[in-house]
Design a protein around this ligand. Structure first.
Ligand SMILES: [Zn+2]
Length: 276
């Protein structure tokens, strides 16, 4: 994707946007091969158009980028987040350990917030996390341990042994009293997998809606625990020390849809918005 001028979704400055990898470079280097024969709809924000990208021609998901960050945010601002996350996840990806301390869990939650904030722009739906909220996230950074995850974000991680590496899916929902009120999504669910790890994150950007989300969250937690997934954030449950049984490609494909259904059933007035 060519560089284009636009508003950076992190710092809010109008600059040249340089093409942020949905999967950071250190993740791309984990695997020699990437999933071929897949297409993705990429929302190119600077010119507000959607292009269909054949990822097999671009070398797979690890070359999948969205033009939403400026050079400074892409390389400098996010570099210590990526580095800190890499240091925590590398021994787990190498199957040497299966443990993350409470402090490390916060680092992962910050990194997952950044991932979701970028991933939401990879399709044409209206972004769930607004430019204002992204700016708050940007401004909270002085040091990695000062940076706060998105308020209300839930992050879970599991073991994965499928072939569909570099997969990321995003669902936008509206939790509202008015069934026909559907102009702006306020709730996100994002699943992604790389190497032998699979993640699911969800949350609402409105505090009041996060309360509304609680029944869905409780059901979803039970569902994820039954699948062997572990809570990373908000970090109320001790992290289990033994690697759980691995999830498969079928689980990867059904996880997002299952999570959407759980939340829709638990929160009666939720509306599912179109997404890819
Ligand atoms: Zn920027």
């Amino acid at each position: 994707m060519p560089n284009e001028s636009g508003t950076c979704v992190l710092c809010g400055e109008r600059r040249l946007l340089t093409g942020e990898h949905i999967f950071a470079a250190w993740i791309g280097r984990l695997s020699a091969h990437a999933e071929p024969n897949t297409t993705a709809l990429i929302f190119s924000r600077g010119v507000r158009k959607i292009e269909v990208v054949d990822l097999s021609k671009r070398g797979g998901h690890k070359n999948n980028t969205v033009n939403v960050l400026c050079e400074s945010c892409n390389s400098e601002w996010s570099s210590d987040i990526q580095q800190a996350t890499r240091n925590i996840l590398k021994p787990i990806l190498d199957r040497k350990v299966w443990f993350i301390s409470l402090l490390e869990r916060k680092v992962i939650a910050v990194w997952a917030s950044l991932f979701v904030g970028i991933r939401q722009y990879a399709h044409g739906a209206i972004p769930v996390i607004s430019a204002e909220k992204m700016k708050v996230f940007y401004n909270s950074k002085a040091k990695i341990d000062k940076l706060e995850p998105f308020k209300g974000i839930n992050v879970w991680m599991g073991s994965f042994d499928g072939d569909h590496e570099f997969s990321a899916r995003f669902a936008a929902l509206r939790l509202a009293e008015e069934v026909h009120y559907e102009d702006q999504p306020n709730t996100y669910i994002c699943t992604f997998a790389f190497g032998n790890l699979i993640f699911i994150t969800w949350g609402s950007v409105e505090s009041a809606k996060n309360d509304q989300l609680i029944p869905g969250t409780i059901l979803l937690q039970q569902f994820l625990r039954s699948m062997g997934m572990c809570e990373i954030w908000p970090g109320k449950v001790p992290f289990q020390e033994n690697r759980p049984e691995s999830l498969t490609d079928d689980d990867l494909i059904s996880l997002l849809d299952a999570a959407v259904r759980v939340i829709e059933h638990a929160v009666a007035d939720s509306i599912r918005l179109p997404n890819w």
